[in-house]
Design a protein around this ligand. Structure first.
Ligand SMILES: C[C@](O)(CO)[C@H](O)COP(=O)(O)OP(=O)(O)OC[C@H]1O[C@@H](n2ccc(N)nc2=O)[C@H](O)[C@@H]1O
Ligand SMILES: Nc1ncnc2c1ncn2[C@@H]1O[C@H](COP(=O)(O)OP(=O)(O)OP(=O)(O)O)[C@@H](O)[C@H]1O
Length: 287
């Protein structure tokens, strides 16, 4: 019998704005974020297994492939919740840097939920996949929906937005591992001197103003990560000196992204960064 093979793309996200309002009783933080996708992506291949088992492989050796992997967890959640007794063989082509602040694992989980919904013919609406995704992680619902969105709650409440003005995105990840839980754990909302403005960013996007979008970039988690890891600050400074129009840390870090409107500037920023760190990517925002 010919087995069907399906594919899903799992793009990386960046936070154009990340604000924290308060710490909640349940330990999570109430956030306001504006997120968008870039065209650096993992690829998840899914094929039916003729036995009731989840098998995950990858070309990289440095990520877990068992129940610690978010794509594996997504498959298990669907099986448990909907009584699925079919199996799946998944292969993850990993391209997104790991533990980078780019939601790589979350996007893989989203790709698994979308793909297995098709492979197993579950016919779940996207809204249901988003709700399931929220059980796996705060960034998973956004990764299911994709595009550009305003995210509130702990990140799972979404309102879709139009695409930001098109530009180049240069991503640089220093060789350090940053734990999201650690960063939120060290974050003190009362220590902030100011908050980034959601209305300013929404207005820049709706007017498609690239300069105003750059001016409205902000991430309050920089207060923790930049203080703790001076190399992240160095990368930010390096991008600014090399002429990036807007520069920000994504998520809890340590990846820093620079926005550039003119293609001729891209090589300059890229080359300046390569002196500092090995993992530098040139991408576009996904429209
Ligand atoms: C930093 C961001 O990636 C920005 O997009 C997200 O806010 C975090 O998303 P994520 O990695 O999917 O986070 P989760 O896997 O849900 O949570 C990891 C840990 O981060 C902390 N956490 C996460 C989200 C949130 N709104 N408040 C939190 O305090 C919690 O300690 C949690 O145990
Ligand atoms: N599919 C996956 N890909 C990469 N790492 C995974 C995956 N599933 C689980 N992990 C584990 O999760 C940890 C965080 O990886 P991930 O790349 O998702 O972080 P991140 O990009 O910082 O996420 P976020 O931006 O949502 O905080 C890794 O150290 C890894 O052990």
């Amino acid at each position: 019998m010919e087995m069907t093979k399906i594919y899903e793309k799992a793009p990386a996200k960046i936070n154009l704005l990340l604000d924290v309002l308060r710490k909640r009783e349940d330990g999570f933080h109430e956030v306001e974020m504006i997120m968008t996708m870039v065209d650096v992506a993992d690829r998840l291949e899914m094929e039916e297994l003729p036995r009731d088992q989840i098998v995950l492989t990858s070309q990289v050796g440095f990520i877990p492939l068992d129940e610690k992997n978010l794509a594996f967890q997504a498959a298990r959640l669907l099986k448990e919740r909907y009584g699925v007794t079919r199996g799946v063989y998944m292969h993850l082509d990993k391209q997104i840097p790991v533990a980078a602040g780019l939601a790589g694992g979350s996007s893989d989980a989203a790709a698994a939920l979308r793909g297995l919904n098709r492979l197993w013919d579950l016919q779940l609406p996207l809204s249901e996949l988003e709700a399931l995704g929220a059980e796996l992680g705060s960034d998973v619902p956004f990764c299911i929906r994709g595009g550009t969105a305003l995210a509130t709650g702990r990140g799972e409440r979404l309102e879709s937005l139009q695409a930001p003005p098109q530009c180049w995105v240069i991503l640089a990840k220093p060789p350090i591992n940053v734990s999201t839980a650690d960063v939120y754990g060290k974050f003190r909302v009362n220590d902030l001197k100011s908050h980034p403005s959601i209305p300013d960013m929404l207005s820049a996007i709706s007017r498609q103003s690239f300069p105003d979008m750059c001016a409205a970039l902000g991430n309050v988690l920089e207060s923790v990560t930049l203080h703790r890891y001076p190399e992240v600050k160095q990368i930010k400074d390096c991008m600014v000196r090399a002429g990036a129009d807007g520069v920000l840390m994504s998520g809890s870090g340590p990846t820093v992204f620079g926005l550039v409107s003119k293609e001729i500037k891209v090589a300059r920023v890229y080359n300046a960064l390569r002196g500092f760190c090995k993992e530098v990517f040139v991408a576009r925002m996904l429209t």
